[in-house]
Ligand binder design. Sequence first.
Ligand code: HEC
Length: 155
Amino acid sequence: MKSTYVLLAVLFLCINAVTSSAASSVLPKGYTSWKKSERKVITDKSSLFYGIHYIYADKKAWSGYLADNRFAEGSRIVVEFFNIKNDPSVDGPKNMIVLMQKERRQGSTGGWLFAGFSSDGKPSGIDPVATCFGCHLKDAAQKEFVISTKKDFKF
Ligand code: HEC
């Protein structure tokens, strides 16, 4: 009987570790030296993406883009967002960073870990299912949930 409780406790801890993994995700160091997209400016104020952003892909993710969005386990993609000040040709202050990391075990979000960070890289504790996955599912179900393509990058 007692061993059943122990087993249940261990099981609970395991489940907890898996489901809380998004909250404890860390922003990869050195991502600004990865493959970088074009500078993307969205001046439509009604858009969630109003502002300036850059997409960064690590080596695995870049290979995935080159293979028309077929990504290997561990691929990482980061987006940095900046405000627009008066002059859209100049980046305003950074306001947000997001990460997608290919992890097979993240079944509820298409096999990707989705995570959001404040401008200083601290986890913002967003709920990846409620906050992130909907758009990526709608716009990129046929592209492994990655909306951008190699065309968004400089060669
Ligand atoms: C309103 C819809 C929407 C929501 C919500 C959303 N995204 Fe995206 N996301 C997009 C679009 C559109 C792009 C492509 C941007 C581009 O091509 O410049 C994108 C791009 C990305 C990329 C670069 C790889 C790709 O798919 O092109 C990452 C990483 C990313 N989003 C992470 C997140 C995270 C993490 C969240 C939750 C905090 C989130 N997104 C919420 C629409 C959304």
